[in-house]
Ligand binder design. Structure first.
Ligand code: ADP
Ligand code: MG
Length: 696
């Protein structure tokens, strides 16, 4: 199966080169996995009268009435007419004219098949497949024909979809059962009602019936999902059993006194549960690798802080890494404030930390005098050395690449515990696939007293009314955000829109009665920070901004979020932005402004936003609308190399595959029983072939 593709009969070195370059087909195995993207049902014969633009491919049986060569030079073509008892269809060839003309016999019966198009209201097929009908009664060929993707270059070298199909046929003919041995344990095949692996590969390419194809597809999808889940389950189980980790053996002085005396509120049930999970993990002697998903405003910061206190109590340092300077600053301020009555040194390190301060800080860090370090990407630089790093927390992880995260873990001899926090809810199926080797906590509960945010949709033409509403809220002492899209910080047009929007807002809210902050990506970070700070402290009532404030910013007094050109934002971004309000006790509003003309997808996004406030529900919809490849954070993870399975449509199968995999690893972690041996050897054969998302 690992034979180079040039060894296949009919390929040879030149075609092999093209197959490699154009389709990434290097081996027999690659070709076998070049699945047809659909099958054409040639069992159906249509009447001309039934042909409509909705029909994509059509097979027609009839008598050839007449053919002629028309047009000059490049427009030269062969036109033939095929008539059945209901009408006539036109067949056209631009290539191979002479040869085809010789073959066609007027007055004889033929079957024609191909992609249907309409020219001046008349049905036609360009470059049809055409075959003489031996006898009227013989009817059309009866099978499902696979359709393969190919490229223009390959076509030019005689490797169109059909020829690729022929190569696959040659390959399948050459393969026997031993080349495609069963890899799933018998009991799973039985319980899952799966067809055999060898049969499945045959039938996914060349099924006899659509049922046979469906069964083959089901088997191979299951295998794909099961193997992914099995690898995750084994990594996880291995880590639980074998990895070394820093031991946080006790809950000590700092944790307890903070918990008893300085906690500004009582924790939600979800917060307590996650803390408990963290405590169990960090005391286990194995490295914690935990993904914490908590919807916006669910209170992840305090969980992070308590975990860091736990580390300090056990003699270790910890760090908290945030994706932006503003967010790092905010964490620094709020954590310092929470710890103000306790002797815990908290420091911040970002790209804008002054050289002298930085030098001292690095020294203190290496000497172990700094217990909590908060920062941005600056934390993962080589020069940043801890004395004893025991816990690394990454906030809003989807902005960090896997490789960047890995650099954090290298900062201690025994890898530190890792807690990855995200407020971008990831649908369960996606989390199971992309982050399946991580332990997984969910905070699905908001702190008490939060009022639901009212979300409405308003057209641009009603801006004046929206401004009036903001004025009412501001007059009542609250604050408002007005967000403009700036997809690319360098986009000139977006930038001008923002500036114009700012002027516009100023006209509604003149100084000195009102004060406005403006924050965008082109500002120097001090300016950005100062503007942000004025809004946080309440000196300005209105924040006009781009999405730089999207993640994590916390101003509980803000009660209105206006999103301009909301149709330009994706669902998860809209949800993040909305999460900036509704963080205090006041009733909050999110107003989605759009143009009056909206595309279907945009309209759907707005509809979803106005109908639910659950991040998890929104994430599911987002996955449905955009597909997994587009969901942030998973694109680079490399873990989603599913060829057949679809995380939206095959959810139930994924759950089943996961259950089977976990049960199997629990019963037989090393895959040593006779029944699991073929699975083990299959996994060994895969080693090193798939890029994996491993956090540690
Ligand atoms: P996120 O999960 O989005 O990072 P934060 O940690 O910023 O959320 O918390 C959001 C707000 O909720 C903050 O103002 C925080 O002080 C407050 N908060 C967090 N936990 C609780 C709680 N258990 N009870 C009341 N307020 C809480
Ligand atoms: Mg947060």
């Amino acid at each position: 199966m690992v034979h180079p593709i040039e060894y296949l009969k009919g390929v040879g070195p030149q075609r092999a080169d093209l197959l490699k370059k154009e389709l990434g087909i290097f081996t027999f195995n690659d070709l076998l996995h070049h699945f047809p993207y659909r099958h054409i049902d040639k069992t159906k014969v249509m009447k001309v009268i039934d042909l409509t633009p909705a029909v994509e491919f059509a097979q027609v049986k009839g008598r050839l009435t007449y053919s002629e060569v028309a047009g000059e030079k490049s427009a030269r073509r062969l036109v033939a007419y095929l008539r059945d008892e209901t009408g006539t269809i036109e067949l056209t060839w631009f290539k191979g004219i002479t040869w085809i003309q010789k073959m066609l016999r007027s007055g004889e019966p033929y079957t024609a098949f191909g992609r249907l198009s309409f020219f001046m209201g008349n049905p036609q097929i360009v470059h049809p497949e055409i075959e003489p009908l031996v006898s009227e009664a013989a009817g059309a060929k009866s099978h499902l024909e696979p359709v393969y993707s190919t490229t223009e270059k390959l076509k030019a070298r005689g490797l169109g979809g059909k020829q690729i199909g022929k190569l696959v046929q040659v390959l399948l003919d050459a393969l026997n059962r031993r080349d495609l041995p069963e890899n799933l344990p018998e009991s799973i095949i039985q319980k899952g009602h799966l067809v055999g692996r060898y049969e499945a590969y045959g039938a996914i390419h060349f099924p006899k019936t659509s049922t046979e194809h469906a069964l083959a597809l089901r088997r191979l999808k299951f295998e794909e999902l099961f193997i992914t889940q099995l690898r995750h389950a084994r990594l996880k189980s291995e880590r639980h059993r074998l990895s070394k980790g820093v031991v946080f053996g006790k809950v000590g002085e700092l944790f307890n006194s903070f918990y008893k005396e300085h906690l500004p509120f009582s924790l939600t049930g979800a917060q307590k549960r996650v803390l408990k999970e963290v405590r169990i993990d960090t005391a286990s002697g194995h490295q914690m690798n935990r993904l914490l998903q908590g919807d916006v405003g669910s209170g992840k910061t305090i969980v992070a802080l308590l975990a860091m206190l736990l580390a300090i109590d056990n003699g270790y340092q910890s760090c908290l890494m945030a994706p932006t300077e503003i967010l790092a600053q905010q964490h620094y301020l709020s954590i310092s404030a929470l710890l103000k009555d306790m002797a815990v040194p908290v420091f911040i390190l970002t790209g804008s930390t002054k050289a002298a301060v930085r030098r001292q800080l690095l020294k203190d860090l290496a000497a172990g005098e700094i217990k909590i370090l908060i920062g941005t990407h600056a934390l993962i630089e080589e020069v940043v050395q801890f004395q004893k790093l025991g816990l690394a927390i990454v906030d809003e992880q989807h902005r960090f690449g896997v490789a960047q995260r890995a650099r954090l873990w290298k900062k201690a001899t025994v890898p530190p515990h890792v807690l990855v926090m995200t407020a971008t809810p990831i649908p369960r199926t996606l989390a199971m696939t992309a982050y399946g080797d991580l332990d997984y906590s969910v905070m699905d509960e908001l702190p008490p007293g939060r009022q639901p945010i009212t979300t409405v949709h308003r057209y641009d033409t009603h801006r004046a009314k929206v401004m009036d509403f903001i004025r009412e809220e501001v007059t009542a002492g609250r604050q408002a955000y007005i967000i403009f899209p700036l997809i690319e910080e360098s986009d000139k047009l977006d930038y001008e829109n923002l500036m114009q929007g700012y002027e516009n807002v100023k006209a509604f809210f003149p100084e000195p009665r009102y004060w406005i902050s403006m924050v965008h990506g082109r500002q120097a970070s001090e300016v950005k920070e100062a503007n942000m700070q004025r809004f946080v402290s309440g000196d300005t009532q209105i924040m006009v901004s781009t999405t730089v404030i999207e993640v994590g910013v916390n101003v509980p007094n803000a009660s209105v979020m206006v999103i301009e050109s909301a149709e330009k934002f994706g669902l998860s971004q809209l949800h993040q932005l909305r999460g900036r309000v509704g963080r205090g006790a006041d009733k909050s509003y999110c107003i989605l402004m759009t143009a009056t003309k909206l595309g279907t997808d945009a309209r759907e996004r707005i509809r979803i936003m106005t109908s639910t406030s659950s991040g998890f529900e929104i994430a599911e919809k987002d996955l449905e609308l955009r597909g997994p490849g587009e969901i942030e954070g998973t694109r680079q993870s490399g873990a989603l190399n599913l060829r057949l399975a679809d995380l939206v449509k095959d959810k139930a199968m994924l759950e089943a595959a996961r259950n089977f995999a976990e049960q199997l690893v629990e019963d037989d972690p090393e895959l040593e029983t006779a029944e699991n041996l073929r699975l083990k050897s299959y996994l060994v054969s895969l080693q090193g072939k798939t890029p994996w998302s491993r956090i540690s």
